[in-house]
Design a protein around this ligand. Sequence first.
Ligand code: AMP
Length: 440
Amino acid sequence: MTIRDTITMKPRYFLTILLFVSHSCWCTNREYRGYKGGIWTVMNILVMNCGSSSLKFQLIDAETESVKAKGLCERIGIDGSRIVYRPANKEKVIEEAPMPTHAAAINIALKYLTDEIHGVISDLSEIDAVGHRVAQGAEKFSKAVLIDDAVIKAIDENSELAPLHNPANLTGIQVCRALMPDVPMAAVFDTAFHQTMPQKAYLYGIPFHYYTDYKVRRYGFHGTSHSYVSKRTAQILGKAPEELKTIVCHLGNGSSVCAVKGGKSVDTSMGFTPISGLVMGTRCGDVDPEIIEYIAEKEGITTHDVMDILNRKSGIYGLTDGIVDFRDLRAGAASGDEQCMRALEIFNYHVTTRIGAYAAAMNGVDAIAFTAGIGENAPTIRKAVCENLTYLGIELDDAKNDANEPDSVITTPESKVKVLIVPTNEELMIARETAEVVME
Ligand code: AMP
């Protein structure tokens, strides 16, 4: 019997009522399961990352920081939706299941987590807190917060700044709240870490009232990743974050660079939206705004159409014959394909020049950390990026760079600036911030 069969067979509301009653009891006493006498002994945190057509989730044991189970629901609201579910120490499960809505996907995810065979908890009452990734917190949120009606309203109001992301994040929150009404939930914002940027870094050279009237400014994204990686970098180097000037290069499907001074973000390459900064898989990165109207006129299309092209058909995809995956790009470049070589050179160049800019912004740099799919796995890209940074005092150790070891320093002991590979862990960071918020 599949999870889907179970869902359709069992009266769902009975479980919800049962949960409501049991949670009401422990919440009013503040004697959470595992929270006795002011000390946490057990805490299962469910991390939810709800995208427009996908849901990523992880159940994390806050005490050991281990992942009990994780999963991905794909193609929500589209034909061919499926769940890939990976419980720790058990068989991976892939099931094609109709997921017409996010509610259906979340129900399936929760059913897997509590399933007799595949599950890792016996029922939903073992979930102590839920942490939701939210894309845009704008100036309202400079840290994670406990979700209440006012927070939901604010996330909704921020949807106009992130129309592709915030509504999906909000749906995830609302569905989880309906299913687990008394479980404390936190919103962890992609933008929050960058709220420490000074005005000189976040204001654009446009009429000032666009900022005051319409909130047009640089927000930056990938904040959870930049925060995690900069802290982990300090830990690996045996320093306090306050002592370091670090540049984090989050290079993945979306890419951004962040200057972190004394543990705080002081500048980052993504801006008002995640389209700007580096050349990415399908996004153009920084372009002259005149290009938009010019192309629209030349092609006889609207500026809206051009924006769509700049978001979905540009970057590496646009520079090549539709390549998005950097593994294919590297393979193409290695085999001498000119388009691939050119696109890769452009990507690397933009990362290098951004690092140079941020070294200038901080008047120096102690460490450069590479993270995310490309940053963690592509030695040739790290080497090419660092090639023109010898003036900063970087001496790459080729053997260490090629070894691709997670959490490793890949420069020589003499290198003035340390370069590291630091795998990002946004889910763990969300779980940590959720635990903090819930315990406040
Ligand atoms: P992420 O968004 O962090 O999941 O990163 C996804 C990106 O990492 C994709 O473009 C992948 O092609 C890229 N990636 C994964 N492994 C490698 C690799 N060995 N070399 C180059 N790129 C990689």
